[in-house]
Unconditional design. Structure first.
Length: 425
């Protein structure tokens, strides 16, 4: 089946990945239904409000797509694109329940000739070995005959306008060449940068899961450099600047590694590897290092307070930023939470300030509250944990004014000059 406006596309999951994709496909002339199980979110989108901030009210108002949280609206659709989360559980094992639930939701409405495309990050085999059987069982149709499967991993980077959906190469894969042609016809009008046709669904799944694993390991390496150089009394950023003069030195900086991709995706690969009898060493070592960095930051602040002769139990610290990255409201898997937790373990009184965060979301996800505006001359220590533009534009003087005259300023993002902070990674 070639590209035609007769394709009726449903995008399930209207977050950072699904919503921009649905809007873009509608712009290309497709009949698009945006589906999400969160009725409040759907109602907000219908009124032109995207809580993720990825799509403007003007764009939503101009879009021809429709929204629904009611399963019967899925009847009669020819294409289903699943863009649901794939987190890990407390034991860092893949949680495929959102993917499985999405498959169970659409299965009763599958008709012969339907195409199901998964966009979520998974380990190789999930599309055909997990999604396929669920869809077949719940629909009574045969995978590969009555309905077809495709895979096109998302490459969304929240808050990054430079690398948006339309201007990054998109990988596509399908069960057979005819279906791959159909997948290509759907995505080609929407992606100006072009498509890469992977030879198999498993190849595309594997490619996606190693993209962020590679980045995770590179950051883990410089984080380990930072831990070593800290004991040597060396400034890591100065060392990296010097090493960076070599033409093939990779430009990575130490920091916290959180979010729904880099800090999660490696566990999907290691889980599958261990199922096959191989224990990954390098990947898991990198994960341990990166997951430790938040506690390291907190411990450095506590050590600095002690070195000054003060009692951490009597100290008050302001943590600037709580999202997993700058200029983005997403707090999923943020490692700033580790800083807060570790500081509180030392009985430090912690205030969180993040103008990007919805207080109700913070309370719901972490049981934490944030200050609307920090007091001036109130803190014994300040941690710049996220490089929001609101913070970087303040400058060191305005930031220091939030603390007491002798407050310690820990710039873990390196947004200030070395002379303007007391501590940095």
């Amino acid at each position: 089946m070639k590209h035609t406006e007769k394709e009726t596309i449903t995008v399930l999951g209207l977050g950072y990945v699904g919503l921009p994709l649905a809007v873009r496909l509608a712009e290309c002339g497709f009949d698009v239904l945006g589906f999400d199980i969160d009725a409040d979110h759907v109602a907000a989108l219908t009124c032109g409000k995207d809580r993720s901030g990825e799509v403007s009210p003007e764009t939503l108002a101009a879009s021809s797509m429709t929204f629904s949280a009611d399963a019967p609206s899925l009847r009669g659709r020819s294409v289903f694109i699943l863009s649901v989360p794939t987190p890990v559980n407390d034991a860092n094992k893949p949680d495929l329940s959102p993917v499985e639930a999405a498959c169970e939701t659409i299965a009763p409405y599958l008709e012969k000739g339907a195409l199901v495309i998964l966009e979520s990050t998974v380990y190789p085999g999930v599309t055909e070995e997990v999604c396929g059987p669920i869809l077949a069982e719940k629909s009574g149709l045969a995978a590969g005959r009555d309905f077809k499967l495709g895979y096109s991993p998302e490459r969304a980077n929240p808050g990054d306008a430079q690398h948006s959906l339309v201007n990054v190469v998109k990988v596509i894969a399908a069960q057979d060449e005819e279906t791959l042609d159909r997948v290509e016809a759907i995505y080609k009008p929407a992606i100006t940068k072009g498509l890469h046709r992977a030879p198999s669904i498993k190849t595309a799944e594997a490619a996606k899961v190693i993209e962020n694993t590679q980045r995770d390991l590179n950051i883990a390496l410089v984080n380990e450099f930072a831990l070593i150089f800290d004991k040597m009394g060396l400034d890591t950023l100065e060392v990296l600047e010097a090493a960076g003069t070599k033409w093939n030195f990779l430009n990575f900086r130490p920091g916290l590694v959180g979010g729904h991709c880099i800090g999660v995706d490696p566990y999907y690969l290691t889980y599958r590897a261990e199922q096959l009898g191989y224990h990954p060493e390098v990947i898991l070592a990198g994960r341990r290092i990166n997951d430790h960095m938040g506690r390291h930051v907190a411990q450095k602040m506590v050590q600095a307070i002690l070195a000054r002769g003060d009692n951490p139990a009597h100290a008050r610290v302001l943590v600037m930023g709580f999202t997993f990255k700058e200029n983005c409201p997403d707090t999923r898997n943020t490692r700033v939470a580790d800083i807060v937790e570790e500081l509180r373990a030392y009985s430090v009184d912690v205030d969180i300030w993040d103008p990007w965060v919805d207080p109700s979301t913070l309370q719901q996800q972490y049981g934490l509250s944030c200050v609307e505006k920090p007091e001036k001359d109130a803190y014994d220590g300040i941690v710049i944990a996220v490089g929001h533009s609101q913070f970087t534009s303040m400058g060191s003087d305005a930031i220091r004014a939030l603390g007491k005259p002798d407050a310690l300023l820990y710039d873990i993002k390196g947004v200030l000059a070395k002379s303007e902070s007391d501590l940095r990674l």
